[in-house]
Every structure is written in structure tokens, then in C-alpha cells.
Design a protein around this ligand. Structure first.
Ligand SMILES: [Zn+2]
Length: 193
């Protein structure tokens, strides 16, 4: 059954070892931040540093694994119809909008949407790691200068993951203007046995 994450919100759920998670961009150009925790010991969580190290790439896609801070495989990417994801940048947070957008007013963020949804699994704000940013299009030049460009994903693009351990998963429909081509769309996901 396909579930919808409404615009600028999030979800959290369990995923058993061997189950698959399909994350779909239903309208195109929409980022989804994903964090993972070992359901049996939440101190073990997804690690950008370990993943980029062991996969020897900063562009993580089909055929790659998402690794934990304890150097265990958490997920395998089985399909990726878009092929562009980011694993460098932290989830957008209230401070992102203050520091980078000059906006001190309340603004929804992936960080808030992750920790509020993961609260039911006893996960706290300080536990949230760098997310795997599905469909996010971060470009970089030879000097290391980064730019956040509109996603290349088209309506119906998806990434299919397989859990390699029992997981708590946090997933968002990203709330940052620049990451999503200037408009906010929902994200769909489906858990497959
Ligand atoms: Zn975000």
C-alpha cells in the first residue's frame, strides 16, 4: 500500500530485515531525507562518513550500501531510476532558514519532522545524523564549491532499498525551497515484503 507524506512533513516506521522500502517522487523535483537506526540498539545509525568511505564515492546510487557508524550494512539500494542523491548535507533545520535564508520566522524543516516523528522510538533531536537525501541534487566544482540545484527527478522516479537489519526509518518531504526547485510536493513510500 502506498503511503503519502504530505508537503513539508515526515513519517517514521519500522522496517524488518529483508523488507524493501520504495521511495517515490510522485510529482518530480522533490527531495526526501532519510535517516536509519538499528531497531535493536538505536545508538547504531546511518553514517555518511562510513558510506562515502566504503563505497568510495560521494554519489551513492543503485548497487551501493548505506552503512552505519559501526561499519555494518543497513540498506542496499536495489533500484534508482533518477540516480542522483546527496549524502553530504545535513537535514534542513530552523537554523538553516535563519543562517542561509535570513528567515527567523517559524519554518518547517526536515530536522524537526525527523525528530518529532522518531520520538515514538525514543530518538531525540541530538540523535539525528546526516540524512541520506534522496533525489537531492548537490553539485560541486573542482574547488569544492557546493551548489544546491533543483532535483533532476521526474514524476514517478523511485529508489528501492532493502533493509539489511531491523530498522527504525525516518523519512520526510523536504521543506527547503532551494532543495526542491522552489515548490513543495509530497513524497510517497511503500513497504514491500
Ligand atoms: Zn529538508
Amino acid at each position: 500500500m502506498i503511503q503519502e507524506i504530505p508537503i513539508q512533513s515526515g513519517a517514521a516506521f519500522r522496517l524488518k530485515k529483508g523488507q524493501k522500502l520504495k521511495v517515490i517522487d510522485p510529482k518530480g523535483q522533490q527531495v526526501s531525507d532519510m535517516v536509519l537506526f538499528n531497531a535493536n540498539d538505536k545508538r547504531e545509525k546511518i553514517s555518511s562518513g562510513k558510506t562515502l568511505d566504503f563505497e568510495e564515492s560521494i554519489l551513492i546510487t543503485k548497487g551501493d550500501f548505506l552503512w552505519s557508524n559501526r561499519s555494518n550494512k543497513m540498506m542496499e539500494i536495489l533500484e534508482d531510476t533518477n540516480g542522483r542523491n546527496d549524502f553530504l548535507l545535513a537535514p534542513c533545520s530552523p537554523e538553516t532558514f535563519k543562517i542561509m535564508y535570513g528567515n527567523s520566522d517559524y519554518h518547517p524543516s526536515c530536522f524537526e519532522n525527523l525528530y518529532t516523528n522518531l520520538e515514538k522510538f525514543d530518538i531525540e533531536p541530538d540523535d539525528i545524523p546526516t540524512a541520506f537525501n534522496i533525489f537531492m541534487n548537490v553539485q560541486f566544482d573542482e574547488n569544492g564549491k557546493l551548489s544546491v540545484d533543483p532535483p533532476l527527478s521526474k514524476a514517478g522516479d523511485h529508489v528501492l532499498f532493502e533493509a539489511k537489519m531491523d530498522l527504525f526509518v525516518g523519512l520526510t518531504a523536504c521543506s527547503a525551497e532551494d532543495s526542491n526547485g522552489g515548490s513543495f510536493k509530497p513524497i510517497h513510500y511503500e513497504i514491500l515484503d
